[in-house]
Design a protein around this ligand. Sequence first.
Ligand SMILES: [Zn+2]
Length: 156
Amino acid sequence: MISRIEKCCIEKRIKMTDQRRVIARVLSEAIDHPDVEEVHRRAAEIDPRISIATVYRTVRLLEAENILKRHEFGSGRARYEEVASEHHDHLIDIESGQVIEFHSREIEELQRLIALHYGYRLVGHRLELYGVPTGGRRGGSREALTRQFKDEGSDH
Ligand SMILES: [Zn+2]
């Protein structure tokens, strides 16, 4: 089966190699906004010949083609996710680096109103919250990384 990112590449007529296919698959399956080293680690598990340089080149290409979105999350370290995912904002645990995705209808609306107030129609935004765990944390399980932010059927 071909991965979502590979499909995007084919649509954009990006030349696919076996190694790029593996990297595309790893990125399509990731839900944790991995950095290049992590993508490399996962890709090399599938094909040990994949070098970190190849991963770098591939993510840069995918970013330039607007298939991948790059984040820094305050760390100065690039982390990636698919552009195609639904709009969401991020809460970053500054101790563990864990990223929680959320979506708030109120925040979306407030941002729209602020833009409007200054005479603009909002076409996009990027919001990052930084926090430390309060103690009632869910722990570092992958479960906590899944997209549990969806509110009642909104689609922006
Ligand atoms: Zn995200």
